[in-house]
Write a protein that binds this ligand. Structure first.
Ligand SMILES: [Zn+2]
Length: 83
Protein backbone atom coordinates (compact mmCIF):
# COMPACT_ATOMS: atom_id res chain seq x y z
CA UNK A 1 0.00 0.00 0.00
CA UNK A 2 2.80 2.39 0.90
CA UNK A 3 4.73 1.29 -2.16
CA UNK A 4 1.66 1.85 -4.34
CA UNK A 5 1.40 5.39 -3.00
CA UNK A 6 5.12 6.00 -3.60
CA UNK A 7 4.83 4.70 -7.18
CA UNK A 8 2.06 7.17 -8.01
CA UNK A 9 3.03 10.62 -9.30
CA UNK A 10 1.48 12.26 -6.24
CA UNK A 11 3.49 10.01 -3.90
CA UNK A 12 6.68 10.73 -5.82
CA UNK A 13 6.16 14.46 -5.41
CA UNK A 14 5.55 14.08 -1.67
CA UNK A 15 8.56 11.78 -1.19
CA UNK A 16 10.75 14.04 -3.33
CA UNK A 17 9.77 17.11 -1.36
CA UNK A 18 10.33 15.32 1.96
CA UNK A 19 13.80 14.22 0.84
CA UNK A 20 14.61 17.74 -0.39
CA UNK A 21 13.42 19.30 2.87
CA UNK A 22 15.44 16.81 4.96
CA UNK A 23 18.52 17.65 2.89
CA UNK A 24 17.93 21.36 3.38
CA UNK A 25 17.58 20.88 7.14
CA UNK A 26 20.85 18.92 7.23
CA UNK A 27 22.89 21.28 5.02
CA UNK A 28 21.37 24.64 5.97
CA UNK A 29 19.44 24.48 9.27
CA UNK A 30 18.74 28.23 9.12
CA UNK A 31 15.91 29.74 7.12
CA UNK A 32 14.76 33.29 6.54
CA UNK A 33 12.65 34.77 9.33
CA UNK A 34 9.02 34.72 8.18
CA UNK A 35 8.01 37.80 10.16
CA UNK A 36 10.59 40.20 8.68
CA UNK A 37 11.42 38.08 5.54
CA UNK A 38 15.12 38.19 6.38
CA UNK A 39 15.55 41.97 6.79
CA UNK A 40 15.89 41.85 10.59
CA UNK A 41 13.66 44.93 10.91
CA UNK A 42 10.20 45.08 12.42
CA UNK A 43 8.17 46.35 9.47
CA UNK A 44 9.21 49.83 8.37
CA UNK A 45 10.37 50.77 11.84
CA UNK A 46 14.05 50.93 12.69
CA UNK A 47 14.00 48.64 15.70
CA UNK A 48 15.05 45.00 15.25
CA UNK A 49 12.54 42.25 14.51
CA UNK A 50 11.17 40.81 17.75
CA UNK A 51 10.90 37.26 16.45
CA UNK A 52 14.48 36.79 15.24
CA UNK A 53 16.02 39.53 17.43
CA UNK A 54 17.31 41.37 14.35
CA UNK A 55 19.29 38.48 12.86
CA UNK A 56 16.83 37.84 9.98
CA UNK A 57 17.21 34.06 10.32
CA UNK A 58 15.42 31.29 12.19
CA UNK A 59 15.91 27.58 12.82
CA UNK A 60 13.91 25.44 10.36
CA UNK A 61 10.97 23.51 11.82
CA UNK A 62 12.36 20.22 10.50
CA UNK A 63 15.67 20.87 12.23
CA UNK A 64 13.92 21.59 15.52
CA UNK A 65 11.99 18.32 15.21
CA UNK A 66 15.26 16.48 14.46
CA UNK A 67 16.95 18.03 17.53
CA UNK A 68 13.96 17.13 19.72
CA UNK A 69 14.04 13.50 18.53
CA UNK A 70 17.81 13.31 19.13
CA UNK A 71 17.43 14.78 22.63
CA UNK A 72 14.70 12.26 23.49
CA UNK A 73 16.79 9.39 22.12
CA UNK A 74 19.89 10.48 24.05
CA UNK A 75 17.97 10.98 27.28
CA UNK A 76 16.33 7.57 26.89
CA UNK A 77 19.67 5.75 26.72
CA UNK A 78 21.46 7.57 29.56
CA UNK A 79 22.77 4.75 31.75
CA UNK A 80 24.08 7.14 34.41
CA UNK A 81 20.59 8.36 35.26
CA UNK A 82 19.28 7.19 38.66
CA UNK A 83 16.61 4.49 38.62
ZN1 LIG B 1 12.76 38.54 11.87
Amino acid sequence: MVLDLLASPFGLIIAGYAAWYALKCAVAPWGRCRRCTGTGRDGNRRRPCRRCNGSGIRVRVGRRIYRWVRAEYTAGTDRKAPK
